[in-house]
Design a protein around this ligand. Structure first.
Ligand code: G6P
Ligand code: ZN
Length: 547
């Protein structure tokens, strides 16, 4: 057995997007494609030499093969120790947890999150740094630059390691430890939440349905919710991760998790419903006949944090991504907490969490989390809500409607136009940018009310911790009553371009809180269509996904 150096040619287009490099499995299966990217990581992060690396993914097709490739490359690149999840499985938040707990230099997450899996599906790879969070842009750009001029990679010639069984192995001078994917994570959850109270809630006959969507959260939810918390067997459905997610699209929103929604809206609905995505960092929260928007979920968590064991001493502040509704801002204002607005992408929360400026963060894209790790965390969010239900004795609907009574309601919806022609989508954004100088002060008339624009800009973020600036993060149109329309192109798609239109309207009047969301937002939907010339430019009459 020995180290081999393989000549390789650079592949175009290996720049990581919002959350790592995502391409079709078939692209990653090209000889050298994965290897080039991984070698670029080792070249850009020399601390990995002699250090510990965490490795695992969401269980999708090609994970196992990729793990074997990466192990051999890690051994050849001088990594001292790799902690790899059994069966190549480690949820994204679990990778973050394990990096932090074991003092690893970093981690490699093999996931394309909620994108479909299987031989014809998507694959992805992402590097996480020492704090457990996604690599900042400085590092992802350096990795990308390296992929453009790479000429060789190193691998250790050896048999595959048995990653299906727990145990310790050696690969050249490198130690490989196949770890239980759940235990470190479960221990962290137990330190944050009142497991006894949740156990009592289940023991009193309350019921829950957790849909793991045949993806990574299954083993975590089963061990914690059915095991440690004593929920009846069958509480977790679709709990076994499958390489193609059983053909499901593991994205927890009312469109892709419609089976869960229908159970929560059925006559004998459970009290609580939740789902998580491919790599278990996203979450959707439902009550009986009730859907909680991710923006409201964050606001409710912030307002009630001190009821939860791990946050009883109070929270330092909150952060949300720019397109996320301002519901949490209202809570922060009332409680006197700092509130930060960042670009889309969990990585922007890392500095704020590291600096102790915030404790809770959230995004409209079904992501919530806290300083316990540096990724958003689906199972954590579900346990937070379970803990809240258990200590208040209230239903999900009671908690959220009471929240609206105190803080007002932020009606919110996202309209996605998927798989658009890239030029058309870029043209639409350019058209919006061109209007920015003249939008402020304009009024839109002939609708149910007059809408005057207070501010229109292309969101830019100055990181208060490292001083970096991120520009062109989305077009914001903010009206004088605080209502907003935001436009941006997705950074995670793999086919053409996806236009996201985020719509938000604030309503203080409680007598208006029960009207349907799309009705409440009807004027804003019309204005968005007009300003962006959506139909003319995209050829679409309707969005493909409305959440
Ligand atoms: C990933 C990231 C999130 C981000 C989301 C939406 O899930 O981890 O932080 O909010 O993608 O990204 P997109 O660019 O598709 O709107
Ligand atoms: Zn995800």
């Amino acid at each position: 057995m020995s180290i081999t150096t393989v000549s390789t040619q650079a592949f175009a287009g290996q720049r990581p997007g919002t959350s790592g490099l995502r391409k079709k499995v078939t692209v990653f299966q090209q000889a050298g494609y994965l290897e080039n990217f991984v070698q670029a990581i080792f070249d850009v992060v020399p601390e990995l030499k002699g250090g510990t690396l965490v490795l695992g993914g969401d269980g999708r097709y090609h994970n196992r093969a990729a793990v074997q490739t990466i192990l051999k490359m890690a051994a050849a690149n001088g990594v001292a120790k790799v902690l790899v999840g059994q069966g190549a499985l480690l949820s994204t938040p679990a990778v973050s947890c394990v990096i932090r707990k074991h003092g690893a230099v970093g981690g490699i997450v093999l996931s394309a999150s909620h994108n479909p899996g299987g031989p014809d599906g998507d694959f992805g790879i992402k590097y996480n740094v020492t704090n457990g969070g996604p690599a900042p842009e400085k590092i992802t750009e350096a990795i990308y630059t390296r992929t453009t001029n790479i000429t060789e990679y190193h691998a250790y010639l050896a048999e595959d390691i048995d990653i299906e069984s727990l145990g310790e192995y050696t690969l050249g001078g490198m130690q490989v430890v196949v770890i239980d994917p759940v235990s470190d994570y479960a221990e962290l959850m137990e330190s944050l939440f009142d497991f006894a109270a949740i156990r009592a809630w289940f023991a009193s006959g309350k019921r829950m349905r957790f849909d793991a969507m045949c993806a990574a959260s299954g083993p975590y939810a089963t061990r914690i919710i059915e095991g440690l918390l004593g929920a009846p067997k069958g509480t977790v459905v679709n709990g076994v991760p499958l390489e193609d997610f059983g053909g499901l699209h593991p994205d927890p929103n009312p469109v892709y998790a419609e089976d869960l929604v229908s159970h929560l809206f059925a006559a004998d609905s459970p009290d609580f419903g939740a789902a998580s995505d491919g790599d278990a960092d996203r979450n959707m929260i439902l009550g009986r006949n009730f859907i909680v928007t991710p923006s409201d979920s964050l606001a409710v968590m912030a307002a009630n944090a001190t009821l939860i064991k791990g946050y009883a001493a109070g929270i330092a502040g909150v952060a949300r991504s720019m397109p996320t509704s301002c519901a949490v801002d209202a809570v922060a204002k009332k409680l006197g907490l700092p509130c930060f607005e960042t670009p889309t992408g969990w990585k922007f929360f890392g500095n704020l969490l590291d600096a102790g400026k915030v404790t809770l963060c959230g995004e409209e894209s079904y992501g919530t989390g806290s300083g316990h790790v540096r990724e958003k965390d689906g199972v954590w969010a579900v346990l937070f809500w379970l803990n809240l239900l258990a200590v208040t004795g209230k239903s999900v609907e009671e908690i959220v409607t009471a929240h609206w009574q105190t803080y007002g309601r932020h009606f919110y919806s996202r309209h996605d136009y998927e798989a658009l022609d890239t030029d058309a989508a870029n043209g639409l954004m350019a058209h919006l940018r061109a209007q920015l100088p003249t939008l402020a002060g304009q009024s839109f008339n002939g609708l149910s009310q007059q809408w005057a624009v207070a501010l229109a800009d292309d969101f830019a973020y100055d990181d208060s911790v490292d001083g970096s600036r991120s520009e062109k993060q989305g077009i914001r149109i903010i009206f004088t009553d605080g209502s907003r329309i935001v436009f941006r192109l997705s950074g995670t798609g793999t086919e053409g371009a996806t236009l996201r239109v985020y719509l938000e309207k604030y309503e203080a009047d409680t007598s208006q809180h029960a009207i349907p969301t799309q009705t409440a937002l009807a004027d804003l939907i019309v204005i968005a269509g007009q300003v962006a010339q959506i139909t003319e430019r995209s050829g679409r009459e309707q969005p493909t996904v409305v959440t």
